[in-house]
Design a protein around this ligand. Structure first.
Ligand SMILES: Nc1ncnc2c1ncn2[C@@H]1O[C@H](COP(=O)(O)OP(=O)(O)OP(=O)(O)O)[C@@H](O)[C@H]1O
Ligand code: SF4
Ligand SMILES: [Mg+2]
Length: 351
């Protein structure tokens, strides 16, 4: 099945040089040994609290950041190491990024058609007439009138603007799109429309997505598998129903328990207790041990690594390192019903 793997990430590390407490340069280690694949036509969800490194991972996958360690292969070509530049140039037209904020993503002074055609103009491979026909075709694909090309972004609603951004992302017929919180700036009815559009486009063109979002209900609706990040590491990755119906990692369980219920009077949402750990001085051992209700002495010392735990799932937790060490209490940690809300997860949002 190797031919069907579009994105292959192994032991990915990322550190940014920042100013330390006394102004001297210091390294902020943001990603640690991330490993995952994304298949052709697959959507992998990426969830986790603010600052866990989701956007950084997404930016690396479209070539916007060069990682400090590990490897990334896109379409079988390494975009890390000595071949980075040549291979990125070869695959760039097949990669796209859709950001959260459709207002910021469009130049207010450019007509919509010129915004959508930007990638075509940069590639410089189409005649003017073919380019204009392609813009109209793209507008139709995303459900906007063909004459929208002559209008300006301020004439459109937030949802329509996100359709324009998606049309631009599709201009060069990409195979892989990183969607970083693509619907969080939209109201709930617009969210559903944009999600349906992304799913229709995937069915039509066999697109692969990395779908980054805070809203766990949206992620469940859109993805095939979900990776959960905590403080720069993936702690659990599984097919979505496996993950949502029986989350294994204590952090995944806490994250799902924090989802607001449709009837808040009935079940009070829990907020994950404790502080998000500092990336500058991370806790030793398992980074979640400072907040984990099941922490054991070894959790303060040994870093757990992702291991297969059945049902296509991998979990990084000492509780699951072999059938003999899984206490029954850990297999069935108390959880409330979850997953029905599309109202977002304010307890996990930044700002
Ligand atoms: N260019 C940069 N320079 C220095 N630090 C950065 C840079 N980009 C991100 N960071 C830091 O890396 C960490 C991870 O940030 P990132 O934006 O990837 O998190 P995130 O999971 O996407 O968060 P959010 O949910 O708020 O979007 C944060 O501590 C952030 O401050
Ligand atoms: S390794 Fe230990 S501290 Fe970390 S999540 Fe598992 S039980 Fe909790
Ligand atoms: Mg982000």
């Amino acid at each position: 099945m190797a031919d069907d793997v579009l994105v292959e990430v192994r032991d990915l590390d990322m550190a940014f040089k920042i100013k330390g407490q006394r102004g001297q340069p210091t390294m902020l280690h943001v990603l640690h040994k991330l490993s995952f694949d994304i298949g052709r036509g697959e959507t992998l969800g990426l969830v986790g609290e603010s600052g866990s490194g989701k956007s950084t991972a997404g930016r690396i996958l479209v070539g916007l950041f060069e990682p400090t360690g590990g490897s990334v292969k896109l379409f079988g070509r390494p975009i890390t190491g000595p071949e980075r530049r040549a291979n990125l140039a070869a695959v760039r037209s097949r990669l796209q990024f859709v950001f959260q904020d459709p207002h910021a993503a469009l130049n207010p002074r450019l007509r919509v058609g010129d915004s959508i055609a930007e990638p075509i103009d940069i590639a410089g491979t189409m005649s003017r007439r073919d380019r204009n026909d392609r813009v109209k075709e793209l507008l139709e694909m995303v459900g906007l009138p063909r004459d929208s090309a002559e209008r300006f972004p301020h004439e459109f609603s937030g949802g329509q603007r996100q359709r324009i951004v998606i049309a631009r992302a599709l201009a060069l017929a990409p195979a892989f799109i990183v969607c970083d919180e693509p619907v969080s700036a939209l109201d709930v009815s617009m969210q559903a429309q944009i999600i349906n559009l992304l799913m229709d486009l995937q069915a039509r063109f066999g697109l692969s997505y990395l779908f980054i979002a805070h809203d766990l209900a949206v992620v469940r609706a859109v993805t095939h598998r979900v990776a959960v990040m905590y403080a720069g590491s993936i702690v659990e990755v599984a097919p979505k129903d496996v993950l949502y119906e029986k989350p294994q990692h204590p952090y995944t369980q806490a994250l799902l328990d924090a989802v607001p219920r449709p009837d808040p009077a009935r079940v009070r949402p829990q907020v994950i207790g404790g502080e998000v750990p500092s990336l500058l001085v991370p806790p030793p051992g398992c980074r979640f041990h400072t907040r984990c209700p099941h922490a054991m002495p070894r959790c303060r010392v040994d870093i757990p690594v992702l291991r297969e735990t059945g049902d296509g799932r991998q979990t990084a937790c000492h509780l699951y390192e072999g059938p003999s060490v899984i206490p029954s209490a850990a297999r069935d940690l108390p959880r409330s019903a979850h997953g029905a809300s599309s109202a977002g997860d304010p307890s996990l949002r930044s700002g």
